[in-house]
Structure formats: structure tokens, C-alpha cells
Design a protein around this ligand. Structure first.
Ligand code: NAD
Length: 353
């Protein structure tokens, strides 16, 4: 039986295909813009400068100062550069950190955003911005934050190191798993989530062996679009809450934390959301948590929290923060069960469910 649902399709323009980065200038023009500021992290500066050259006269400059967690002072510096250069749009080339900077600028100025994603985190298709000020991370959701044009070019991900490809892919898969049991899910979000999981199940093992495999890179980026899209449209639960807690309070790395947590949060919710997760479990061999853990191990993903420097004595505080603000989850949450879950993840144990 089809449940009651409401559904709104995203207004974003999605352009997909190997070589589609060549169409960035064309899309700047279609957006009615003439002066694009290209954004990147310091690490991807050379790629951003090359893209600015390709864009030609429609590019007005490069700002290569994006950093993790979108600090407000970096946004203010970038906005000053954008104003000095009279930029009328931004082109964000990179992963969630660079896309976050473009969103932060758009949130304040409503400048159109054109995004060329180079990881699988999915921020490019969500209206959500997380930013930090004075050590505090806050999240806002606003229509102005959603990038108008996303250009997915798999060739831009060939250089994504295998370790980051694997953790970023698992980060994306976590959006899909939580979308499957979201209270506000709809038939389209569930189809997209399952298709996204299948795309990563096919592609990540190939990428781990052959990082420049064109078909696998295309498949993974396709999965990133699908998984990011569901993150942008339905509510997330335990998994995202715990990763937010660990990232924000213990400064743990973003994609790696998602990768390590996913098999355990999936196992935690497996029985409570069995019908919703059945098709995902089938993709991973029948047992969702254990199957995801085996998959993660086979592709060389990190498996324990302890390897990121989290101390065992921090687990009590982490469990306390994770249950602080009550939030919906298919299986009710209490401090003791979350404490046990964190212990298992810290040790890197294979989950049973
Ligand atoms: P990232 O953007 O921080 O990138 C990690 C590093 O990899 C950077 O140095 C980057 O320059 C480099 N890199 C990226 N792509 C590369 C490539 N193709 N080749 C070589 N190097 C490359 O990593 P991320 O995991 O994509 O983003 C994490 C951030 O995004 C976090 O702050 C997270 O909170 C945010 N995020 C936000 C949303 C949202 O909807 N608001 C969704 C997902 C993630």
C-alpha cells in the first residue's frame, strides 16, 4: 500500500556527463551572469585556476581559501573579494568545504551558484548550510542556499584519492540509508536512495582497485547525486545526529566518521525499520549492518573510531551529547544503548544486525 506522502521536486538544474565541465561558461551565461568568482580549497587551487582559464572572459577571479566547516571569517573575506571583483555568481569547484563557502556567500547575497562537485558528500543538492563561528557550528536551511546549477563531471573525481573516495562514498550512502526510514520519506526519495546505494555497491570496489575507471567514477558520482538529493529532501536521524556530535565536539574528520559509524547505526535501526530497510539489506547480502561492515572492510574503509584519536574515556560524554536533544529515530534512543553502540564502533567490532 502506498503511504500518505507529499513531494516537491528540486528546482536545481543538474548536468551530468564526462567532460561536462566544458559547459560551465555556457551555464554561467544561461544564468544571466557575466562575472564568475571561482572558489576552491587551497589544495585544489590549480584546478580552480585551470577552470577559470577554461571559463575565459566570464571568470573574474579565483578565491582558493575554502576550509572545512565554513568558518564565518573566511566567508567574510571571500565576500569582500567577490565585491571587489564585482562578481555576479560563484562557481564552487570541490567537495563539501568549498560548496559550503559558495552556499554561505549565496545565503548572504543571493548570488547564483554553479557547482562542480569533486567528492561524493552531496552538499551541492541540499538547501542546508553548516557554518562555524567562535567554535560553534550552526545549521541553517533556506531556499537561497540550494545551488542553482550542478555540473557533475566524473573526470573531475579521477584524482580523488582512493581513501577519500571510499569514505566519501560511505558518507553518501549514509544519507540514503537514513532516507529509507525517514518519517517524511516519499516513493521518489526511497527509489533514489536504493538506486544510489546500488550505484556505490557497484562502483566503490572498482574505484578501490582502479581509481581512474571511467564507468565506476561515473556510477559513483551518479550515486552521490541521488544520495545527496535525498539528504536535501527528507529528515535524517540517529546516524547524522551522532556524526554531527562527534565531528562538532571532538573534531573528528567528516567523511571518515560517517564511514565508520554507518554499519553500526544501520544495525542499530535494522529491526525497528525492517520493512523499510529490506531492499537495502538485500543489496548488502541480507544483514544490513554486518553486510555494510563487510563491504566497508573489503574496500579498505576505516572501521574503528579509536584510529581517529577519540579516547575511550570520551565515549561517556559523546553518548551524553548524542542523546541531549530528543530527536526522532525508528528505534527509541537511550543513553545506555548509545553508549554501547559507541563502544562497539570505537573498538571496530563487526555489528551483529
Ligand atoms: P572536503 O570538501 O573538505 O574535501 C576534503 C579534501 O579533499 C580537501 O582538501 C579538498 O580540497 C580535497 N579534494 C576534494 N575533491 C578532491 C579531488 N577530486 N581530488 C583531490 N582532492 C580533492 O570534503 P567533503 O567530505 O566533501 O566535505 C566535508 C564538509 O562538507 C563538512 O564540513 C560537512 O559538514 C559538509 N557537508 C555539508 C552538507 C550539506 O548538505 N550542508 C552535506 C555533506 C557535507
Amino acid at each position: 500500500m502506498i503511504r500518505r506522502f507529499s513531494y516537491a521536486g528540486s528546482p536545481a538544474q543538474i548536468v551530468f556527463g564526462a567532460g561536462s565541465r566544458n559547459s560551465v561558461a555556457e551555464w554561467i551565461g544561461k544564468a544571466g551572469c557575466r562575472r564568475a568568482l571561482v572558489l576552491s580549497t587551497p589544495h585544489q587551487r590549480a584546478d580552480a585556476e585551470a577552470l577559470a582559464v577554461e571559463i575565459g572572459p566570464l571568470a573574474c577571479g579565483v578565491f582558493a581559501g575554502a576550509v572545512m566547516h565554513t568558518p564565518v571569517d573566511v566567508t567574510e573575506t571571500a565576500m569582500k573579494v567577490a565585491a571587489d571583483m564585482r562578481a555576479d555568481c560563484v562557481v564552487s569547484l570541490g567537495g563539501g568545504s568549498t560548496i559550503g563557502l559558495g552556499k554561505a556567500i549565496a545565503y548572504r547575497t543571493d548570488l547564483p551558484q554553479i557547482v562542480v562537485p569533486t567528492t561524493y558528500a552531496g552538499s551541492e543538492v541540499t538547501p542546508i548550510l553548516g557554518q562555524t563561528e567562535a567554535g560553534r557550528k550552526t545549521t541553517v536551511r533556506d531556499a537561497k542556499i540550494l545551488p542553482e546549477i550542478v555540473i557533475y563531471d566524473p573526470t573531475m573525481t579521477y584524482g580523488l584519492p582512493v581513501s577519500l573516495s571510499v569514505t566519501s562514498g560511505l558518507n553518501a550512502m549514509a544519507h540514503a540509508i537514513e532516507a529509507l526510514y525517514a518519517r517524511d520519506r516519499n516513493p521518489i526519495s526511497s527509489l533514489m536512495a536504493l538506486e544510489g546505494l546500488s550505484a556505490f555497491k557497484r562502483s566503490l570496489p572498482v574505484i578501490a582497485e582502479s581509481p581512474e575507471d571511467a564507468d565506476a567514477r561515473g556510477d559513483a558520482l551518479y550515486g552521490a547525486w541521488l544520495c545527496g538529493s535525498v539528504l536535501g529532501t527528507v529528515g535524517m536521524a540517529l546516524h547524522h545526529k551522532i556524526c554531527h556530535t562527534l565531528g562538532g565536539s571532538f573534531d573528528l574528520p567528516h567523511a571518515e566518521t560517517h564511514a565508520v559509524m554507518l554499519p553500526h547505526t544501520a544495525a542499530f535501526n535494522a529491526a525497528a525499520a525492517a520493512p523499510e530497510l529490506a531492499a537495502a539489506a538485500a543489496i548488502f547480502g541480507g544483514s544490513l549492518g554486518g553486510g555494510l561492515w563487510d563491504f566497508a572492510r573489503a574496500i579498505g574503509a576505516p572501521l574503528s573510531l579509536k584510529q581517529f584519536g577519540l579516547r575511550e574515556e570520551d565515549l561517556d560524554r559523546a553518548a551524553g551529547i548524542a542523546v541531549e536533544n530528543p530527536y526522532w529515530n525508528p528505534r527509541p534512543i537511550d543513553r545506555d544503548s548509545i553508549r554501547q553502540l559507541l563502544q562497539d564502533v570505537w573498538q571496530g567490532q563487526r555489528p551483529a544486525g
